[in-house]
Design a protein around this ligand. Structure first.
Ligand code: GAP
Length: 563
């Protein structure tokens, strides 16, 4: 019997799916607020017994697919990728060369005496529908009295999330006097401060709003005149290694794992057998002083990244960019994410860094961005920018002599000048950069199911390979030799899989607990076991039960986890 496909998720009675996910993952030991007993610390999270298993499963699969079993390249052979684990703190010049000291900034708005917000997270409910109809409520603003000045503001990561606040969040509605605001074609209609209103939700960090921030109401107090114009705020967290705490001894906690790879590009070339094209992969912690950490673990101040820098000849870079774009989408699908919840978003040319030739995000339909999608991974064509910068700033030569290319060029009859200039180059880089902790969030969102008819009501339909616990092993009752047989099975299986032995409580309660933490299979030793050496297998998603031989349990689990 094959594992039944999970049912389409019914809607949770909890209007806010995110609240349900956050509460379940706290209750069952996936994710805790860091320093909770001291009231928590914003932007930091601890991964509990099940959270760390889930995170490690994703981490190990990425490592397997990148380093141990990298994909087959266009030439029919596996591409070359090696692993690395570089230090979190590198020489401070690293971040000058990379551009992070000068340019790793978020635009910040001060709400005087209240707080500080990211300007690009400030959304306004502005009068006027896109078809030109202006709403009733309008305030003249700044140099252009025709600009649709917001009558309400919120902090959100997308227009979709902002709209949720304006239409459904009681606190926001009370603050701005919003009543019965509903979506209509192209915008929103309802009542604001007792008057008819029609309008749209707009991100206020736009050139046309420059100079007008003091005309916007504060998202915290509703007061107008308290917001400053956006200013750049560097996101790197600093520290002072050694005994002296002064500017000369300032270093940074890495804001990305990528730079550690560039710093070791030459080491890897000199000490291993790789040749261009090749990749270096790294998984590890990164730190960003996010001003508005939000949406659970989506944007944290300490998080984990999985990044791979693929070094290739400049002339092949676009081909490799296309290759990695496709491979990365295939990888996300291999986690069991439904295809309709993933999409590509190509960056517009004005979004690209000056050195970047192309960049695409893999986006996911998070409950808090819906109906919009939010970033999960970026795949960037970084040209030769990083190696050139580090070469210039460190004075170390980082160019590459491509002997094979030289031979090919000679054979193809290229001119001696072409052979010379083309066979020595600074490699281009294609960078698939994703968030491991963000992937944990995606799998929790993807797996969450609500079903009123089930004993647990909520369950997590993880693809078995990524489930923190693969199987529960239970004696039906604590007598008649059942615990001994069950424990023996558990001791055999735990050598190969993460499994749990639980002899207590009613069998229904034990199944319900397994469902809630997303364990795909439960094996129960009952009265029949002693007679015919079979056990009951219960499938989490369908709740169907079948009997298999106790001797076949290991093979059964191996087959299911490989599916
Ligand atoms: N080296 C390129 C780089 O770091 P990025 O888009 O800034 O690119 C890559 O980060 C990925 O890291 C993002 O797509 C996201 O999944 C994850 N990430 C970035 N900032 C994060 C944060 N504050 N909290 C959690 N994950 C984050």
């Amino acid at each position: 019997m094959s594992t039944p496909t999970p049912p389409t998720p019914p809607t949770s009675p909890n209007a806010n799916i995110m609240e349900a996910i956050v509460s379940l993952s706290k209750r069952r030991g996936f994710i805790y607020q860091a320093s909770e007993i001291y009231g928590g610390i914003r932007g930091f999270w601890d991964y509990g017994p099940l959270g760390v298993l889930l995170k490690n499963n994703i981490r190990d699969w990425w490592w397997k697919c990148m380093v141990e079993c990298p994909p087959i390249g266009p030439d029919g052979h596996p591409v070359d990728i090696v692993g690395l684990d570089s230090a979190i703190i590198q020489h401070p010049k690293t971040w000058e060369a990379s551009g992070h000291v000068a340019g790793f900034n978020d635009p910040m708005v001060d709400d005087i005496g209240v707080s500080r917000y990211r300007a690009d997270h400030l959304y306004g409910l502005c009068p006027g529908l896109p078809n030109g109809t202006r709403g009733e409520v309008r305030e003249a603003g700044g140099t252009d009295p025709g600009l649709p000045m917001p009558i309400a503001t919120v902090l959100a990561s997308s227009a979709g999330e902002a709209a949720e606040f304006f239409t459904g969040d009681k606190k926001t509605q009370k603050l701005f006097g919003i009543k019965s605001l509903e979506r209509v074609a192209g915008g929103f209609q309802g009542q604001v401060k007792g008057r008819d209103f029609s309008g749209t939700v707009i991100c206020l960090y736009q050139p046309e709003f420059k100079g007008l921030f003091n005309k916007f109401p504060s998202p915290s107090t509703g007061e107008v005149g308290k917001l400053t114009e956006p200013r750049a705020f560097n996101l790197m967290l600093d520290t002072y290694p050694g005994p002296i705490r002064d500017e000369a001894n300032k270093a940074y906690l890495r804001p990305e794992t990528a730079q550690g790879i560039f710093l070791n590009y030459k080491n890897v070339l000199d000490t291993t057998r790789v040749k261009v094209p090749f990749g270096v992969a790294q998984i590890g912690k990164s730190f960003r002083n996010e001003v508005t950490p939000r949406n659970y673990i989506f944007r944290s101040r300490e998080f984990e990244q999985m990044e791979m820098e693929f070094f290739c000849p400049p002339d092949d870079a676009l081909m490799w960019y296309e290759f990695w774009r496709n491979e990365r989408m295939k990888w996300w699908l291999s986690l069991g994410i439904r295809p309709e919840n993933l999409k590509f978003r190509d960056h517009d040319s004005d979004e690209l860094a000056h050195y970047s030739k192309a960049c695409v995000d893999v986006e996911y339909l998070y409950p808090f961005t819906a109906p919009d999608f939010g970033e999960l991974e970026g795949i960037a064509h970084r040209g030769s920018y990083d190696l050139t910068q580090h070469s210039t700033h460190s004075g170390t030569k980082l160019d590459y002599f491509d002997q094979e290319l030289q031979l090919k060029l000679k054979e193809s009859g290229a001119s001696p000048e072409d052979v010379k200039s083309k066979s020595r180059y600074i490699p281009n880089v294609i960078e698939p950069a994703s968030g491991l902790t963000r992937a944990v969030l995606v799998l929790l969102c993807e797996a969450y199911r609500y079903d009123e008819s089930r004993p647990s009501k909520e369950y997590l339909a993880f693809k078995p390979q990524f489930a923190p616990v693969k199987a529960g092993i239970f004696p039906l009752v604590q007598k008649d030799g059942m615990p001994e047989v069950a424990e023996k099975l558990y001791l055999d299986l735990r050598k190969h899989f993460t499994v749990e032995y639980d002899p207590k409580q009613s069998i229904g309660k034990r199944y319900a607990r397994m469902d809630e933490v997303g364990t795909p299979f439960s094996f129960t030793i009952d009265g029949e076991t002693a007679k015919d050496q079979t056990v009951t297998v219960r499938h989490r998603d369908s709740q169907l039960q079948e009997r298999i031989g106790i001797a076949n349990v290991k093979a059964f689990l191996s087959a299911k986890l490989g599916e």
